[in-house]
Design a protein around this ligand. Structure first.
Ligand SMILES: *Cc1c(COP(=O)(O)O)cnc(C)c1O
Length: 430
């Protein structure tokens, strides 16, 4: 792949626009998050100058609330803010997004808060937030002529990528740690592609995929979270857009976001910033709180120690979808939490289980372990007085509890098993 730095920025950018704009909509270039070097849009993810991560640079035209509201009830209503062509909605895809924003009054009362919403991304087609990011990556794969869709996954991404590949008519070969929850293994395999279990952690899977991409075996594949990562990551912005639009075009005061690699959190921040810059919402400050499981909390540990450098850990937690021991976007998460006045916090496995049950009991929402992490951290931060109970708050549930049944199965049993007789029932409930 040719990575040409653009010496003469203006000239080469207009060239990029002429030839590629129809494929990538408002996206005009890749730019390095560290040194700002710009590159043509391509299947690249690291700066050749400084090895920093690349992200999409845009030239947004005029975007209005009305224009967005006329769009479909899925992420493509925001296509004018994403690296996708204008006709993207007409192509076979999973149509993720526009999930419900639940006014969680019962949970708010329980926690002593005034205004709390749950953004419930379990409602996506494969029951996690990953359908958003995969949808953008599939468009990039199509544009670059990749016929095989691949990824290294903590579980949800593998299912989302396999499903999207099936729908888009691409081959899939996805990689997961072999010891994942049964539901995630079944979901990643049922869509017909190849599913490879790797003996090791997610970080081992990810290292393996980096090696594979450098080999002739994988060099023509679209790895949604490796060589397509700049495109993939943009999908998370749609969470920020939807939350703001569903609140009546307002950025919430506080939001609690789970952290695995940290990509989602950094892009939610980017999404809010874009809405403010485009004048679609009022320019008000917001705080972003990052949530991890104690058994895999490298970012939280760095935050508490006041460090900028994140020391990798070996994960050991029931929140397997968040079990990334060496998070690529960890330093950016630290930065955003500090800059916005938020925080990074973690909760133990028992606290995760309690939080899953609390959310289910108060709001009728059954979250996967990642949702237990965000609600658990919310509860902990409110109790400690570190999150303002009077301010408008949104907490993310990024996956469906049916994917992580084991987390609560031991305590979720029938109250009693009886013969079908009134006497037996009376005795059982006595
Ligand atoms: C992947 C995932 C996340 C967040 O992932 P990042 O790597 O931080 O973007 C959150 N929740 C669930 C359920 C996930 O599968």
């Amino acid at each position: 792949m040719a990575l040409a730095t653009t010496e003469n920025t203006t000239a080469s950018l207009s060239r990029v626009e002429d030839t590629q704009n129809q494929h990538f909509g408002p996206a005009v270039a890749l730019s390095c998050r560290e040194c700002g070097a710009r590159y043509d849009l391509g299947p690249s993810f690291a700066c050749i100058e400084c090895f920093g991560p690349l992200e999409i640079a845009y030239d947004f035209g005029r975007v209005t609330r009305e224009q967005i509201a006329e769009g479909p009830a899925n992420i493509w209503r925001y296509r004018s803010l994403l690296p996708v062509p204008a006709d993207v909605a007409s192509k076979p895809n999973m149509e993720p997004g526009w999930t419900r924003l639940v006014n969680a009054g019962n949970l708010a009362r329980e926690l002593g808060m005034r205004s709390l919403h749950v953004k419930d991304d379990s409602g996506n087609p494969t029951h996690s937030f990953k359908d958003r990011v995969v949808a953008i990556a599939v468009e990039a794969a199509r544009n670059f002529g990749f016929h095989t869709l691949s990824c290294s996954s903590t579980g949800n991404l593998a299912g989302a990528a396999a499903a999207a590949a099936a729908r888009a008519g691409l081959d899939a070969c996805v990689f997961i740690p072999a010891d994942l929850e049964e539901a995630k293994i079944v979901m990643a395999s049922v869509y017909g592609g190849r599913l490879i279990g790797i003996e090791g952690t997610y970080d081992d899977v990810n290292r393996f995929c980096s090696e594979l991409i450098g080999d002739e075996l994988g060099e023509k594949w679209g790895f949604v979270n490796v060589n397509l990562r700049p495109y993939y990551a943009e999908g998370s912005k749609t969470l920020a857009y939807e939350i703001a639009e569903q609140l009546g075009w307002r950025v919430p005061d506080q939001i609690v976001v789970p952290v695995a690699s940290g990509s989602q959190l950094t892009k939610i921040d980017k999404g809010f910033k874009e809405l403010i810059e485009l004048g679609l919402v009022e320019d008000r400050p917001y705080k972003i709180f990052a949530a991890q499981a104690e058994g895999c909390s490298p970012v939280s540990a760095a935050y508490k120690a006041g460090h900028d450098v994140i020391r990798p850990v070996k994960p050991d937690t029931i929140a397997k979808s968040l079990a990334i021991g060496n998070p690529a976007d960890g330093p950016y998460v630290l930065d955003i939490a500090r800059r916005t006045g938020g925080a990074v916090e973690d909760v133990t496995d028992p606290e995760i289980v309690d939080a899953i049950r609390l959310l289910a009991r108060t709001e009728g929402i059954f979250a996967e372990t990642a949702g237990g992490v965000t609600v658990g951290v919310l509860r902990k931060l409110v109790a400690a007085g570190r999150l303002d109970p009077e301010a408008e708050t949104v907490v993310l549930n990024t996956g469906d509890g049916l994917k992580t049944l084991d987390a609560v199965a031991a305590e979720a049993r029938p109250t009693a098993v009886i013969r079908p007789s009134l006497d037996a029932f009376r005795a059982a409930i006595a």
